[in-house]
Structures are given as C-alpha cells and as structure tokens.
Design a protein around this ligand. Structure first.
Ligand SMILES: [Fe+2]
Length: 369
C-alpha cells in the first residue's frame, strides 16, 4: 500500500515571484504605473515590482521595472513571451540568440516591443540623470506552471530561428497587416478583421494613424481599434481610441488582459456573472492598469474631454488560436445598451455632469429596435 502524504497545492509561478524579493501588487487594478513602489531586484539589476491582478487568471503576468540612470539591466532570456511598454525615459535594447544573430534599437516613452522568444536581450537607460520605467506583460504564468522548473525556462539554449534570426530589418520594418483566412482562403468573419504584425512601435500611438484601422462599431460607437502581434508571439494586443463622453457596452471574455490607459480619464465597472451586487468600480487615468477577471462583465466609461486611448496586452490572440470560438462577437457575451441596468447610464451622466459635460451617447442606442 503506498503511503498517504499531504502535499501543498502549488502554483509555481506565484511561488517563483514570491522568491524574487520585490513587492507584489495585488487587486483588480493599478492606479498609476509611474507611482508603483519598487525595490531593488538583484536578478534583473534594476528596481521592480510584480503586478499580480485577479484578472490575469494565471495566464499572463506583469511587472514594473526601473532601469537606473545610465545603467543596463542584466541580459536575460526566457521561454515565455514578453511585451514591454516604456512609460518613461529613453534608451536602447539589444536582442540576440544563441547563434549570435544580434540587432539593436532605440526606445523611448511610448515605445512597445517584445524580445523574441528565448532570445537574449539587454535594456540600457541612455539618460544619465533619470531612471527609465517600463511595464512588461508576460506569458510566464503558463510556462512556469506547465514546466515548473525555472532552470528550464531561463537556461534553455534553443534558438527559435523561425521567429528571429537576426534579420537586419527586424526592429525597423513597418511589418504587415494580416487578415485571417480559413484553409480555403476565405476570410474568417468571426475573427478580428486585421492584425498589424510589427516588432517595434517607436510610439505605440502611431498605430492608430493608418487608414487601415478597423472600427469596432459594435462594441463602442465612434471608437476605433487595431490589433497587433509582435515578434510572432502567441500573445496579442490591441489599442483603441474612443471619444470622451461615450462608453463601451458591457461584455465578457477570457482573462489574462492587462489594459493600460494611455490617454483620457474615466472609470470601469466589473462584476461577476449573475452577481451585479458585487460590482467593482476602478477609476482610471493615463498610467492606470485594469484587468477584468475571466467572464466578468465589464464596461469602460470615458469622462472628461480628452480622447480615451487604451492598450490591452493579452494572452492568446487570433493568429494562433488556442480555443475555437471568438467570444467578443458572440451576442451571449455582450449586453446591449438598451438591456443594461438603467443605473449604469445614470451614474455615467452624473459623472460627466461633475465636469459640466453631457453624454455623447445617442439616445436611440437605449431603444430596442
Ligand atoms: Fe473587454
């Protein structure tokens, strides 16, 4: 008869971040990535804090990191994808794989890039008088929990040449805009209409400029949104720009999204299915991060007068699908404006009134056709 032993249930990712010796910020949102308190981070060589929000759902992880003035972080490589958004400062980065294929590029506030999977990368702060700060969103929880061996994750010599082989234009190319088709070449109607594949955005707000931008009218009247993939990642992101005085329909989907606010002010409401009494409100402004938990209904409200721009860094995109159905377009996962709790509209109008503003939501949206 085998011996009965009590074994503690394990989440290797959480165990690993707890062992890193830096603060771990928990909750549903972060008020401002610029003011997240950081501590020295010996492994990385800068200062950092992990962000472990409920909505990350063990799919994505996040951290904030500061590079000291004039210094470089320790070079590292890892078997998980990582999206880096620079919130302040400027500097350079080098990326190379085990075969020595190497490229360098410059970055500054607003830049977005992703070190290719398992390639070495080194980030340098080029300013001698100011720290540089970035937010990273990674796929580390899935990989850590799958292999539960950090040595395998950080000391693996495999070079993913299919993703990166040191191409001279890897970080300079404008990339391409792709439309997803099925095996007969037919456009997949239920997928995101277009995705911009590019490995470095010097200023991610520029992604909103091209005319190819696809409007997401069904989610938010007057909004525009573009989806992006960097470094041939499975992780994806989108950036959306919306008119102040409007708000997005309640909707729900899988977890793992970290939404960073790039412009504007407002608030989000989130609540578990069939439990509207548990509604949570997160006020936000430039630099806030929110993460709606899996299947929680959520809505984003843009108040004030400045354009609302957000960027959602997410697990599992459209180019590489892990599951079959695209939930955004499924009507079961959207609440139409005319079906929402009237209290929601009342709160929104009251919030605008505090600044002497009026809702720009068309009254007809609240009438069932
Ligand atoms: Fe959402």
């Amino acid at each position: 008869m085998p011996k009965l032993v009590k074994v503690a249930q394990s989440n290797p990712y959480k165990t690993w971040i707890r062992g890193e010796g830096i603060p771990i910020i928990e909750g549903y949102s972060i008020d401002d990535v610029m003011t997240v308190p950081l501590k020295p981070w010996p492994r990385i060589g800068g200062r950092g804090a992990y962000i472990d929000l409920v909505g990350s759902d063990n799919l994505t992880g996040a951290y904030v990191c500061e590079i000291p003035p004039g210094k470089s972080l320790n070079p590292e490589k890892h078997l998980f994808e990582e999206l880096i958004y620079v919130v302040s400062g400027k500097g350079s980065a080098a990326a190379w794989n085990e075969d020595g294929d190497r490229q360098t590029f410059q970055w500054q506030e607003g830049s977005l890039f992703s070190p290719p999977l398992n390639s070495w990368h080194e980030l340098t702060n080029k300013q001698s008088d100011k720290a540089a700060r970035f937010l990273a969103v990674t796929g580390a929880p899935v990989f850590m929990n799958l292999f539960h061996n950090s040595d395998f994750i950080f000391n693996n010599d495999f070079a993913f040449k299919d993703r990166y082989s040191g191409q001279s234009d890897y970080f300079t190319s404008e990339g391409r805009i792709i439309q997803l088709v099925d095996d007969r070449g037919k456009i997949i109607q239920s997928a995101i209409p277009a995705i911009w594949e590019r490995n470095l955005f010097q200023n991610v707000l520029d992604a909103l400029r091209p005319s190819e931008i696809i409007g997401l009218e069904q989610m938010w009247k007057g909004g525009k949104i573009i989806h992006m993939v960097l470094s041939d990642n499975t992780m994806e992101l989108h950036i959306g720009e919306f008119e102040p005085g409007t708000y997005m329909k309640a909707h729900r989907h899988d977890g793992g999204a970290h939404i960073i606010m790039l412009s504007g002010k407002g608030y989000s409401l989130m609540w578990p299915d069939r439990a509207p009494e548990q509604r949570i409100r997160c006020d936000w402004h430039k630099g806030s991060v929110i993460s709606p938990p899996e299947n929680w209904w959520h809505m984003h409200f843009a108040t004030g007068t400045e354009t609302y721009i957000h960027m959602a860094l997410r697990w599992c995109g459209n180019k590489y699908r892990f599951n079959n159905d695209w939930q955004y377009l499924d009507r079961r996962n959207i609440i139409e404006y005319y079906d929402e709790d009237p209290e929601i509209r009342r709160i929104f109008e009251a919030e605008l009134a505090k600044d002497g503003l009026k809702s720009k939501m068309d009254k007809s949206l609240y009438k069932k056709k």
